[in-house]
Design a protein around this ligand. Structure first.
Ligand code: ZN
Length: 328
């Protein structure tokens, strides 16, 4: 009986010590940075670089338009409580500007990834001097530049782990390199005269420049200004003249303009379809492949190429795409 008691006490002690030691290691592990971003794309990018060193969350949810997004009270609290803030920049998050300035004024490191990229790469907004197109994630090459900027920013903030950030960045660069090659291949497979991308708003100029496809948006660079009947009629003329086989809706923008466009073109006997829904300014559902940057771009390139007569693998670059919006 005594022996059993002693053993029990020893066992309890052992469990106790075990628990204490687990807590101690956990405590070391949980000293992670808290990073808050605006869009999901920026969250995805920063999380790849930060790896184990940080918890990264985004305030703008899936399917939400960042041009129109107004931060809630809890978003502001999260931004103020973060160790570091990353946003996309170039006025993409136009209605968050005041909040981001306020956060930066508190002395917190706040980085705009698109504004850290060399200006020579950036596209100017047509007719507006000094204003740049914010949608650079659409070109995987542009996003690699943003990747370098994030590696640099995190290394400045936390020099102790600079080598780790550089290694994480290199690893992700390889993944992005493969994605860039895939996008180029499928877009190249579209017959030349059909390489025309008509979408709800002007989010695809970087994509067009990088992969050689002509781009037209119904609304401008920002979704803030409404499209007029004139904009739609102008595009109907273009679709009819160019014999465009498909146009595309965007998951973060209402589809009424694209539908009006299709109706207008069909009224003039054009055989145009809606080729699918593209992820322009927001990624897909969290936890799915399309909810990652790679999945988002794979989905876009595959959907565009397929609807415009190109050749694509059935489920995209790595066979991971879910059921597509079928052309209709
Ligand atoms: Zn946009």
């Amino acid at each position: 009986m005594m022996m059993i008691m002693i053993r029990l006490i020893l066992l309890l002690l052992f469990i106790g010590v075990g628990t204490v030691s687990t807590l101690a290691t956990d405590e070391v592990a949980v000293r992670r940075h808290t990073i808050v971003t605006t869009t999901g794309m920026v969250r995805d990018l920063v999380a790849h670089v930060a790896g184990e060193q940080a918890t990264v969350t985004a305030v703008i949810g899936e399917g939400v338009d960042p041009h129109l997004y107004k931060p809630t009270r809890s978003d502001v609290a999260a931004l103020l409580a973060a160790d570091v803030v990353f946003y996309s920049g170039l006025m993409l998050e136009g209605k968050m500007a005041d909040t981001l300035v306020k956060v930066a004024r508190r002395g917190k490191p706040v980085y705009a990834v698109a504004e850290l990229v060399d200006q020579g790469y950036l596209l100017q907004v047509e007719g507006v001097s000094g204003e740049y197109d914010p949608h650079l994630w659409m070109d995987v090459g542009g996003w690699m530049k943003a990747l370098d900027a994030v590696v640099q920013a995190l290394s400045d903030f936390d020099p102790e782990h600079a080598r780790r950030y550089a290694a994480n960045g290199e690893r992700y660069r390889t993944v992005l390199g493969a994605l860039d090659t895939y996008v180029r291949q499928v877009i190249d497979s579209i017959p030349k005269q059909q390489r025309v991308l008509v979408t709800a708003h002007d989010a695809f100029h970087y994509f067009g420049r990088a992969y050689g496809i002509e781009v037209r948006g119904i609304q401008g660079i920002s979704t803030e200004s409404e499209a007029g009947l004139q904009d739609i009629n102008r595009l109907v003329d273009y679709i009819v003249a160019r014999n465009v086989p498909a146009v595309f809706v965007e998951t973060s923008v209402a589809d009424k303009n694209v539908r009006a466009l299709v109706d207008g073109a069909r009224a003039r006997s054009a055989a145009v379809m809606i080729g699918g829904a593209l992820f322009s300014d927001a990624m897909g559902t969290t936890g799915t492949y399309e909810g990652t940057y790679v999945g988002m771009i794979d989905h876009n390139a595959t959907t565009i190429a397929r609807a415009l007569g190109g050749q694509t693998p059935p489920r995209g670059m790595q066979g991971l795409l879910g059921d597509h919006d079928q052309a209709r």
